[in-house]
Design a protein around this ligand. Structure first.
Ligand SMILES: [Zn+2]
Length: 261
C-alpha cells in the first residue's frame, strides 16, 4: 500500500515537475519583454507594416499588419472554428504584434518571427492552401479575412497602452500568472478561472517517469544529484501558486556517503 501510494505520489509530482524543469522556460523567457512601464503612448497607423523574420530562411519580409495577421490567424487557429473565435484570435494576435513593435523585439532586424515557440505562428497563403481540402480553400480563407478585416484597428489596452497579449489554447481550467512561469509581472495577466475548456484534447495530461528516468533528467542540470526513494520525503511540494499549480518542489539531495545535505 505504501509503495502504491509512493508511486501515485511520484506520478502526480512528476507531472508537475517535468514542465517546470524541462520545458521552454529559458527559451520563452528570452522572448518576453518586461518593459511594460516603458510603453510610449501609441497611435494606430493605418499603414502599419511589420518586419517578419522567416525563421527557416532568415529572410525578413515587410508586410501590412492585417495581411500579416491573415497568416497568423490561419496558423494559430483552425478555420473551422466559429467566426467569433477567429475574430478574438485576430484581436489578440494584433495586440501581441503591436506590443512587440513598440516595446522592442528579440530579433535584431525584425519585429517578430514565424516560430510559435519564439513569437507567434505564421503561415503563407500558399502553404496554408496546400494543407486545406480543395473544396474548403476559398471559404476558409474568406473566413480568416473577415475575422481580421472586421476587427481591424482593434487591440487590447491596459491604461491606454497595448498589452502583452500572451495567448494559448488551453489553461486546464485556470490561467497562471507569467511571473510564476517565465518571470515578469503584468497587472492585467492574473489567474482567472477559464470554464468551458473541458472538452479540449489536452485539458488533462499526464507524464509518467520511472525512477531512473527522473534521475537522468535531473542529472542533466545537477550532475551530482542523488536521491533515496526509500525516504518518504525525498520529493516534497513546498508551496502552490494561486492557480493551484506547484510553485516549489524540493528534491532531497544525498551525498556520495548517503548523508543528507
Ligand atoms: Zn521570434
Amino acid at each position: 500500500m505504501k509503495k502504491l501510494f509512493l508511486k501515485m505520489f511520484l506520478i502526480i509530482v512528476i507531472s508537475f515537475l517535468i514542465p517546470i524543469l524541462f520545458t521552454k522556460r529559458v527559451k520563452i523567457s528570452e522572448t518576453i519583454s518586461e518593459k511594460v512601464e516603458d510603453n510610449n503612448s501609441f497611435n494606430y497607423d493605418n499603414n502599419m507594416t511589420i518586419r517578419l523574420l522567416h525563421s527557416q530562411t532568415g529572410e525578413v519580409e515587410n508586410l501590412d499588419l492585417d495581411v500579416y495577421l491573415y497568416g497568423v490567424v490561419s496558423a494559430e487557429m483552425p478555420a473551422s472554428y466559429e467566426l467569433e473565435a477567429l475574430k478574438a484570435q485576430a484581436v489578440v494576435a494584433r495586440t501581441y504584434t503591436i506590443y512587440k513593435m513598440i516595446n522592442g523585439s528579440k530579433h535584431e532586424n525584425a519585429d517578430i518571427c514565424d516560430d510559435p515557440n519564439c513569437c507567434q505562428a505564421w503561415i503563407s497563403k500558399e502553404n496554408r492552401f496546400a494543407r486545406w481540402e480543395n473544396e474548403d480553400k476559398d471559404a476558409n480563407w474568406q473566413k480568416i479575412v473577415i475575422a481580421v478585416d472586421s476587427t481591424t484597428k482593434n487591440y487590447i489596452t491596459y491604461e491606454g497602452k497595448p498589452i502583452n497579449a500572451l495567448f494559448h489554447s488551453n489553461s486546464g481550467g485556470m490561467t497562471e500568472m507569467p511571473i510564476n512561469v517565465w518571470g515578469g509581472y503584468y497587472p492585467y495577466l492574473i489567474s482567472v478561472a477559464t470554464s468551458g475548456e473541458e472538452g479540449y484534447s489536452t485539458y488533462n495530461s499526464e507524464v509518467i517517469l520511472s525512477k531512473d528516468e527522473l534521475i537522468s533528467k535531473v542529472l542533466v542540470k545537477y550532475p551530482n544529484f542523488k536521491i533515496d526513494f526509500s525516504d518518504s520525503e525525498c520529493i516534497k511540494i513546498l508551496d502552490f501558486t494561486e492557480s493551484g499549480r506547484v510553485k516549489t518542489l524540493k528534491l532531497r539531495k544525498y551525498s556520495n556517503f548517503g548523508n543528507r545535505s
